[in-house]
Each structure stands twice: as C-alpha cells, then as structure tokens.
Design a protein around this ligand. Structure first.
Ligand SMILES: C[S@@+](CC[C@H](N)C(=O)[O-])C[C@H]1O[C@@H](n2cnc3c(N)ncnc32)[C@H](O)[C@@H]1O
Length: 366
C-alpha cells in the first residue's frame, strides 16, 4: 500500500535545502513502518545531510550503503546535546509511548527555531500528536492534509516553552512486569518499543505447553537452544525454567532479534536464568554460527503494515540452517500461515502438534 503520510514527509525531506552558512545536524527517525526502498529514495534525493536513527537492525544494515550516517538504537538520543539539532523528520510509530518519547526528545535536542516535520494517519493518532507537539514546542506551526486522512505538520521550537513533556511511560528504561502465563505467576523484565512488550503471547504459551512433549522424544539431552526472534525472551525464560525433564539439560541459550528494545530487555531477562547466554542483535540469525539442539520460534508475519509471507520462509530457512542433524525446531504461527507447506523442502519430518485459539504449533526435524 502506498503510504500517503510517508509521502508527505518524503516531499519535505527532498525539498529542504541546506543552509550554506552552518554545519547542519538533521535526524530522520525510522521504525518498522518504513520500507528500505522509501528511505533510500528519500536519502538519495535529499539535499541536506541526514543522520538516520533506526531501532531495527536489518533496516539500518540495508541503509549503511547510502551516503548517510545510520545508527541502530532504541531511539537513543543521548548522543545529542540539548538545543543542538536543526531538523527532525518523523513518520509516527504505531506505539504511543514511542511517539511520545520521540516528540519529547525532539523538543530537547532541537535548537530554538529548529523544526520537527511529523506525518501520520488520523487513525494512528497523528492529529493528536501534532496538537500535543505544537503545545509543547510553542513555536510556529504549518499543517497540511493529504489523501485518506493523512496529516503532516512542521512544528518549530519556540524559545520559551512552558509546555508539558508528554507521558512516555519512562520509555528508555526496562522495568519489571508481573503477569500470569499458562496459569502460573510470571515475572519478567521489559520495556516499550517492541512486540507485545508487557504481556505474554498466547501462541508462545501454547508452544511452551507442548515443548515437554518434544523434549521427551529426544534420545540425547538438549544442551543448546536458539530463540529466533526472541522479543523480551519469553521462550528462553520458559525453556530455562522447565524442570524434571531427562532430555533437557540447557547449558547455553542464544537469543536473537532485530529490534533494539527487545535486545535490551532479553539481555536483562537471560541474566536471571543462571545459564550461559548470548543475546545478539541480528537480522534473522544471519550472523549467527554453529548449530543448536533446539530452535524455538514464534516468527513475525508482518513487517510494519504489510503482511510479508517471505518472512516465514526466511525464519524457516534460518532455523533449518542452525539446527543439529538430530535437533528439534518448534514453531508457533497463526493458523492461516501455511508454514507446513513452506517448510516441506527443508525439513524431513514436519508434525502438527496442536491447534488452538487461532494458533498452531509445528515440530520440524531435519
Ligand atoms: C511474534 S514476535 C515473538 C516474540 C517472542 N519470541 C515471544 O514469543 O513472545 C516476533 C519477534 O520477531 C522479531 N523480528 C521481526 N523481524 C525480525 C528479523 N528480521 N530478525 C530477527 N527478529 C525479527 C520481532 O522484533 C519480534 O520480537
């Protein structure tokens, strides 16, 4: 789908000119909503120097080839001093706390007179975000509307703002979450800015219910595990806490994700397991070597707004590559995803373990 909100922002990035009298600092904030092709188009045609701040490693890696500075972080602005940035470009994110964090940080780092160009659809809250940011910034504002209720504004930072900083739920920091999972109390560490950051996923719960069944069928104890697309580390935490299974003796957990907030949280969680662990920011384990006895995966089925079926295939291929000859890969996906068919030419044995609540759990062996 053509992202009209993004188009409004791109027009601005492309039409802005550099001020020849001063060295400029301009930031473009990128998240999972954005496709690399759009970003490449923007950076290639832009006439101003741009620094990209991106929370998705695969995206940031693809952008390295451009003549722009691209950084990977959980929207960390700590490297920018107060009142030091000229322009910020931002297409609003899906999560309110992320948007509030970015507006607050933009307010801090922009020079007086510096501008925030912000775009999004009405149903994403764009209009409200623009209103909130303009109150906080207390400077000039120019607003425009595009098709399909897309909104765009350029908001200048006034020199004397008494506006209220937006509630970002202490975005930058991890915190403890207490909940229930599979009818038991469950505590973990997490933070906003990632998939289901403050809850447990029903599909992943189902996978964990069925994991003992997979382990019992093994002939040697599983010692190494790969958590592929780990999020805050739910599957790792649960696997590490499984007790009384003869064929499970986890010595090493490797967890990987492409999202910066997930990496920060998972690292904190795996510290608590007492196991050797590695938490690696990577694009679908492409940089991970070695093979594992167990691969657990609840793969994403969309990147940003578009459902991308190739993602399932990429996760299957990587799981296959990283699995020991006698290893077990266990996936959970939405029932409508044809994972079995996509796995057919990769794995020798594919078993549907259960279907429930719109999810299915599938066990694959080489
Ligand atoms: C459905 S969530 C599962 C999270 C966690 N494993 C759980 O069970 O709750 C999918 C995860 O895959 C991650 N992901 C998406 N694309 C990825 C990629 N290209 N490489 C690595 N991880 C990715 C997302 O950030 C997200 O954390």
């Amino acid at each position: 789908m053509n992202d009209l909100a993004l188009n409004l922002l791109l027009e601005k990035i492309i039409s802005d000119r550099e001020n020849p009298e001063e060295a400029e600092c301009n930031l473009w904030i990128l998240d999972e909503n954005l496709a690399p092709s759009d970003i490449t188009q923007g950076t290639a045609k832009s006439k101003i120097p741009l620094t990209l701040i991106c929370n998705r490693l695969d995206l940031q890696q693809q952008l390295k080839t451009n003549k722009v500075t691209s950084t990977f972080s959980d929207f960390d602005f700590s490297g920018f001093e107060d009142n030091s940035v000229d322009r910020i470009f931002y297409r609003v994110s899906k999560e309110k706390t992320v948007v509030h964090h970015i507006i607050n940080q933009a307010f801090r780092v922009l020079k007086p007179g510096g501008t925030l160009a912000i775009a999004g659809y009405k149903n994403e809250g764009a209009k409200t975000y623009i209103d909130k940011a303009s109150k906080l910034f207390n400077g000039a504002i120019s607003k425009s509307k595009g098709g399909q209720s897309s909104h765009f504004a350029i908001i200048s930072k006034g020199s004397a703002s008494h506006g209220k900083i937006l509630d970002d739920k202490d975005y930058a920091h991890t915190r403890s979450i207490n909940t229930r999972s599979n009818d038991q109390d469950f505590s973990f560490i997490s933070k906003p800015g990632q998939f289901g950051w403050n809850k447990t996923d029903k599909g992943s719960e189902l996978l964990i219910q069925l994991l003992p069944e997979v382990i019992r069928k093994r002939h040697t104890p599983a010692e190494t595990m790969l958590d592929l697309g780990c999020g805050y580390g739910y599957l790792s935490l649960m696997a590490a806490s499984l007790e009384g299974l003869e064929m499970l003796n986890l010595q090493q957990i490797t967890a990987t994700d492409n999202n910066a907030a997930a990496i920060l949280s998972c690292e904190e969680n795996l510290k608590t397991t007492g196991k050797n662990y590695n938490v690696i920011a990577d694009n679908c384990a492409h940089g991970i070597r070695g093979r594992f006895d167990l691969v657990l995966c609840n793969p994403p089925f969309h990147q940003g707004f578009s459902v991308d079926n190739d993602l399932t295939r990429m996760f299957l291929e990587q799981a296959h590559k990283r699995l020991h000859a006698k290893g077990d890969a266990v996936f959970v996906v939405n029932q409508f995803i044809p994972l079995e068919r996509k796995a057919q030419d990769l794995f020798g044995k594919i078993t549907l373990l259960a279907e429930n609540d719109g999810f299915k759990v599938i066990h694959c062996k080489r």
